[in-house]
Write a protein that binds this ligand. Sequence first.
Ligand code: NAD
Ligand code: USQ
Length: 400
Amino acid sequence: MSGKGKIIVLGGDGFCGWPTSLRLSNEGYDVTIVDNLSRRKIDVELGCQSLTPIETIEHRLQAWKRITGKTIGYVNLDIAKDYHELEELISDLKPQTIIHFAEQRAAPYSMKSPRHKRYTVDNNVNGTHNVLCAIVESGLDIHLVHLGTMGVYGYGTAGMTIPEGYLNVRVNIDGQDREIEIPYPPHPGSIYHMTKTLDALLFYYYNKNDGVRITDLHQGVVWGTNTEETMMDPALINRFDYEGDYGTVLNRFLVQAAVGHPLTVYGTGGQTRAFIHIQDSVRCISLAVSHPPAKGERVKIFNQTTETHRVRELAQIVSRLTGAEIRYYINPRNESLENELVVRNDQFLALGLNPTTLNEGLLTEVYEVAERYKDRCNVEKIISDSRWRADIPLDRTGAA
Ligand code: NAD
Ligand code: USQ
C-alpha cells in the first residue's frame, strides 16, 4: 500500500489512460487499471494498429515494475456489461478516486453504421451509469474524475468566451428579472459527443441525489504521444492513432507528412478546435485528482485545454516544417465550415498549470516518432469511410 491512496483507472490501457496511470503510480498512488481491451479489438476490426509498437498490457506492467519497482494492478472487465464485478471490485479495493476514461471515443467510428452508433451509446452511457451506481452502492465517498470533451459545447460560440461548464443567464419569471446559473446547453456534433452530454446529465443527477463528488474534465483534442514516464523504456511506449477514425487531426497531419500522404484538411479547414498536449493532459488529471470538490459541492467542471487553432493553420504549420502538400477534401462531417472558439481555462491555470503550447520543438518530436515508425503505417487506412450522412460523398483523393 503506497502513501497517497488508491486509484482505479478505468480505460487505463488507452492513449490518455496509460500515461496517466504511469504518472499517478510515479507520484505514489496505488493504481489499479480496469480495461476490457476493446480499443485493441477495434484495431483488429479496422485492420489497423497503433503506429507505435505497443506492448501487451501484461508486458507493459512488468516493464513498469522492472524499471521503477512499482506495481500497477490490472483487472480485465467490461464496465458497461460486468456490473457486479465492477461493484465488487470497488467495494474490495475502496479507492479514494476513480478516473473514468473507458469509453468509445472516436467521433467518426461512432458514425460508421447503426451498429457503431448503438455500440457507442450502449458502451458509453451504460458504462458511466454503472460506475455511478456502483459508487453509491459501495457506500464509500469516492471522487469520480471523468474525461469529457470540449465538443459538448458545440463550436458556434458567436463571439462568446466558453465558460467552464456553467452559464449565467438573465430570465424573466412572473414579470421579475432574475439571473440564474444553468449547465451550459449541450450541443453535440456526433453520436460520440452526444454520449458525453448524456454522461453530464447522469453526473448532475447522481451529484444532486446521492452527493457523489464528481469532476468532469472537458478536454480538447489531444496531440503528441510521449510523456516523461512513457519515455523511460520502449516497453512503456504510448499508442499513436493515425487512421481515419481514431487519429486526431494534428497527429494525423504529422504522420501523413512522414509517409508522403497529402495533409487531409476537411472542407475549408476553417474549423477552430481546442487542443492540449498529452503531457498537459496528464498534468491536469493529476491536479484534478489532488483537488476534489468538497462534499455537497455541485459537479466541478474544468475546461482541459490550453490553446485553440484552425485546422488549415495547423496544416500550414506542418507543411512549413516538413514540406508536405496540403489538400482539401469534401468534409465527411456535419460541422460549421468556419467558426471562432474562445475558451476559459482559468481553473487549471489557478492550480498552477503552465501550458505547453504548440511549438516547433514538440512538433518535431512527434514528427520524429512518426518517421521512426512510418513502416508500420497502413496508408490505405488514412481515409475513413465514415460519413455523418449517407448523402455526403466519400472523397478518397481530395481532387474534387
Ligand atoms: P482510447 O480509446 O485510447 O482509450 C479508452 C480505453 O478504454 C481503451 O483502452 C478501451 O479498451 C477502454 N474501454 C472502452 N470501453 C470500455 C469498457 N466498456 N470497459 C472497460 N474498458 C473500456 O481513448 P483515449 O484517447 O485514451 O480517450 C480516453 C478518454 O478521454 C475518452 O473518454 C475520451 O472521450 C476522452 N478524450 C480523449 C481525447 C483525445 O483526443 N484522445 C480528447 C478529449 C477527451
Ligand atoms: N479534421 C480534418 N482532417 C482530418 C481529421 C480531422 O480536417 O484528417 C478536422 C475535423 O473535421 C474536425 C477537427 O479536425 O473539425 C478535429 O477532428 P479530430 O478527429 O482531431 O477530433 P474530434 O473528432 O473532435 O475528436 C477528438 C477525440 C475525442 C475528443 C475530441 C475533443 O477523438 O475523443 O472528445 O477530440 S473536442 O474536439 O474538443 O470535442
